[in-house]
Design a protein around this ligand. Sequence first.
Ligand code: HEM
Length: 200
Amino acid sequence: MSDPIDLASPPVASRAKTLKAETRETHERLDHSIMAGRPFESQERYALFLAVQHAFHRDIDALYANPTLDGLLPDLAGRRRFGDVEQDLADLGIAAPQADAPPAFGATADIPTALGWLYVAEGSNMGAAFLIKAAGKIGLSEDFGARHLAGAPEGRGLHWRTFTEALDALELDDAEEARMIDGAHAAFARVQGLVTHVFA
Ligand code: HEM
């Protein structure tokens, strides 16, 4: 006989979709703030966008070497983009911006919170398909200055799907689920704060 259906705790249809719905407004606000800063008007203005990306990816860089997360998510190390941001700065002859504080994450991390931040970082690579086209108009490409906006070799869609499928398959209790959503909000808030500060 098959197990009775547990109506008290239905399976999460898609955690990634929940995160998307939860953060839609904050993503829209961020998207508008970035474009209002005209980051693709010139390489000088693009450098401001790179400063934002540098601070954000520095915040989460340690997560890509976290053994617990590595056991939960596919190709975690291959998803790291801080090195690409650093190379983009070097391409443009720009020194790495001075950090104003220690990174958000160190060697240890609350895993659900980290998952929320990683959702934001991974998702941003979907929007990057649009951004890299705009960057092309000011002489940048996935080989020069806009490496961190490049898609994965297997394609952005597939790369994103393997991430969201792994995220959806994780077992999280209600409290962990809430911390993951808080983590996604915190990541968006961090980037919004950086954009407001850097493009001011
Ligand atoms: C001007 C800047 C941006 C634009 C125009 C933009 C645009 C987009 C677009 C068009 C998508 C949907 C892609 C698709 O489903 O095929 C997307 C997804 C996403 N973007 Fe952005 N984006 C921008 C910046 C960012 C930044 C800076 C972050 C976070 C650091 C971010 C986080 C996300 C996330 C998490 C998703 C995935 C949503 C989901 O399907 O769950 N975006 N973006």
